[in-house]
Design a protein around this ligand. Structure first.
Ligand SMILES: [Zn+2]
Length: 395
């Protein structure tokens, strides 16, 4: 049979996308269910489902419920038809996850990042990626791609233009990783990745307007409006860690003074706790757990600053939820009362009415899961446009 051309090919792509989305959202379901859900006729659905079965993305399972007559065959999405790698490049760590095509974590790896030199960091990234790829079971599509979240500003070509806390400028990260792995790579700001992670798999599921605040050594924010990531004119939105909150404040690595992250980040907390002899978040949280009053007071003071910045965000965006994620989400128990009090004090009551402050349901995994989601969604986009092929990179 001749391949359909022109308009027909376009219609087929659209219909394939519709059928695949129906399976992804509603499986297990029958061909008849798909026809009802999508309005496509049964013959078209059968033909497209057969294509997806041949592509090994959909499988048939036992019989479903029937209202009488022959029981229908049910269809499932085959989530192990391929895998993706997500990476969260932090200021002092690299976290990686291997996920299946549904985004379920299959394997994880984490290591400390001791130097920020791009050459060294990329070697460390590659080791982490190779290790995770090695953990993928053999599958029809193998590892379909890699997503990376980085603590900085990323352009459309996946170059890191500026990452103040890594001291990176103009690092062509996507090009380098694609060249070395032979896989499609997506790079985004880690707060955008974290926002996507929480939106797809965490506390932001089903929430239309969500602001994700990533509080680690710095602060970044990922803005989701009407369920879509808001990236701004050039993809640079969300640098709210550099919101000015002290008019004559401390100098920041970005060139400004008095930036929010200098007062409300993990780095700010550790700086304040250094005179007490604490050098890292783990020992600090253990002291808080043990009821050390001075430590609890310091965490609450950081929470007060966090709340001040969140109040500004709430007044601007009027979101349904603000989700606090990344490493400082571990201090939720001691941060929450101070954050809530500051937000109550500093926002307009109209904005507060429907707004909730939550902590990341995925804990420290928001960014790594969101980064992996980028790779998965890019794969699905290729499937829907008929460009994917099996086994190209099969492991
Ligand atoms: Zn700054």
């Amino acid at each position: 049979m001749k391949k359909p051309t022109g308009d027909l090919a376009m219609v087929k792509k659209l219909n394939t996308a519709i059928v695949l989305d129906a399976v992804l959202k509603h499986a297990p379901l029958s061909r008849a269910n798909i026809s009802e859900l999508t309005g496509l006729n049964k013959a078209t659905v059968s033909s497209l489902v057969q294509d997806l079965i041949d592509s090994q993305l959909v499988v048939e399972i036992g019989m479903g419920q029937s209202s009488g007559g022959r029981k229908p065959v049910m269809l499932l999405f085959r989530e192990t038809a391929g895998y993706a790698v997500g990476i969260d490049l932090g200021v002092n760590y690299i976290r990686g996850a291997l996920v299946d095509l549904r985004g379920n974590v299959v394997a994880e790896h984490q290591r400390a990042l001791k130097h920020h030199d791009p050459g060294f960091a990329i070697e460390q990234l590659m080791e982490c990626i190779q290790l995770l790829i090695g953990k993928a079971e053999p599958s029809p599509y193998g590892v379909v791609g890699i997503g990376v979240g980085v603590p900085g500003i990323v352009d459309d070509n996946g170059s890191v233009l500026f990452a103040p806390n890594l001291k990176w400028r103009n690092v062509e990260l996507r090009e380098e990783l694609e060249r070395r792995t032979g896989l499609p790579v997506t790079i985004d700001n880690e707060a955008n990745a974290g926002a996507q992670g929480e939106q797809k798999y965490g506390s932001g599921r089903g929430v239309a307007n969500q602001i994700y605040v990533s509080v680690g050594m710095g602060i970044g924010t990922g803005i989701i409006l009407n369920k879509e990531l808001y990236k701004g004119a050039s993809g640079f939105s969300g640098e709210l860690g550099h919101l000015s909150i002290e008019y004559n404040g401390k100098p920041c690595s970005c060139g400004n003074h008095g930036c929010w992250e200098l007062y409300a980040s993990e780095h700010a907390l550790l700086e304040a706790a250094a005179p007490l002899g604490y050098g890292d978040l783990d020992t600090l949280l253990a002291a808080a757990e043990a009821g050390h009053e001075e430590v609890c007071r310091l965490i609450a003071a950081t929470g007060d600053y966090l709340g001040a910045g969140i109040a500004n965000i709430v007044n601007v965006f009027n979101p349904h939820v603000v989700i606090i994620g990344n490493r400082m989400s571990r201090a939720a128990a001691w941060l929450t009362p101070a954050i809530q009090a500051a937000v109550d004090r500093r926002t307009l009551s109209f904005h507060r009415k429907e707004m909730r402050i939550l902590f990341a349901e995925l804990g420290e995994q928001s960014a790594v899961r969101g980064a992996a989601y980028y790779a998965i969604s890019r794969f699905f986009a290729a499937v829907k446009s008929g460009e994917s092929k099996t086994s190209q990179f099969a492991t």
